[in-house]
Design a protein around this ligand. Structure first.
Ligand SMILES: *Cc1c(COP(=O)(O)O)cnc(C)c1O
Length: 243
């Protein structure tokens, strides 16, 4: 890349303009879409800079790494878990994140419910859906969702608030549209069938967020477009943290 790094406020202004236009295309107000600043592998300084630029919600994919940043940044900053979660880290994750974007198995959902109930927590949960069917992706198959939601509706210690997906990476971003449209259609069908609200669609990353917002995204998870290339994560930065 090289050259003078661009000011985050300028970049955010441009991204917000893209989001506002895409929201308009989908018949929604710009405020219907929130940016989640994906700060994985970056340090707490970047989180502070992003807060200063006006980003208020952050996405992390590793529990220990997030624990370190949350500690460093003090309270009052909202961090969401956007990545795959191992069952043995549920308790630690519950202590850190009010929102889980990527619950991808019934076993994990049940683990979250059980431990949230033990610990007096009530997280907001999104089910990750493997819309594209790529073998490399986590998530429920679309036709598994009905029975998972039946179970989730019996759970008293979590709130099911929507669906999440990742589109396959492609330089032709129009190719991502059917994936995002299908997640929205699934959500609409499930809301009707179960008479529930699933207000959130977590979809769209740096490469494809415009299309995702046009198709109804309420949360876009943006790393590279805001913060540039991710540094390599140095495990020694990891904060030694026990819940
Ligand atoms: C890393 C990550 C992102 C951000 O990706 P960018 O392409 O840098 O915007 C979004 N969602 C998830 C689940 C991620 O792991």
């Amino acid at each position: 890349m090289g050259g003078k790094p661009r000011d985050l406020k300028d970049i955010l202004g441009e991204v917000n303009a893209v989001i506002a236009e895409a929201a308009r295309v989908s018949g929604r107000a710009p405020e219907a879409v929130e940016i989640i600043g994906v700060t994985k592998t970056h340090g707490p300084d970047l989180v502070r800079e992003a807060l200063d630029a006006g980003i208020t919600t952050f996405g992390e994919s590793r529990v220990q790494e997030a624990a370190w940043k949350i500690q460093e940044c003090g309270g009052g900053v909202d961090f969401h878990l956007i990545g795959h979660l191992q069952s043995n880290k549920v308790r630690a994750a519950l202590a850190l994140f009010p929102v889980f974007h990527a619950v991808d198995t019934l076993k994990l959902l049940e683990g979250v419910e059980r431990i949230a109930s033990e610990d007096g927590q009530r997280p907001e949960v999104l089910l990750e859906v493997n819309v594209s069917g790529e073998a490399s992706k986590f998530g429920f198959k679309p036709d598994a969702l009905d029975s998972v939601i039946e179970r989730a509706l019996e759970m008293r210690s979590l709130t099911l608030s929507g669906l999440m997906t990742m589109a396959p990476y492609t330089p032709e971003i129009e190719e991502t549209r059917p994936v995002f449209a299908e997640l929205r259609e699934l959500r609409d069908r499930l809301e009707d069938k179960f008479s529930i609200g699933l207000p959130h669609l977590s979809m769209g990353m740096s490469n494809d967020y415009r299309v995702a917002v046009e198709e109804g995204a309420t949360w876009v998870r943006l790393g590279g477009v805001l913060f540039g290339d991710r540094p390599r994560w140095k495990p020694q930065q990891e904060y030694r943290w026990e819940p």
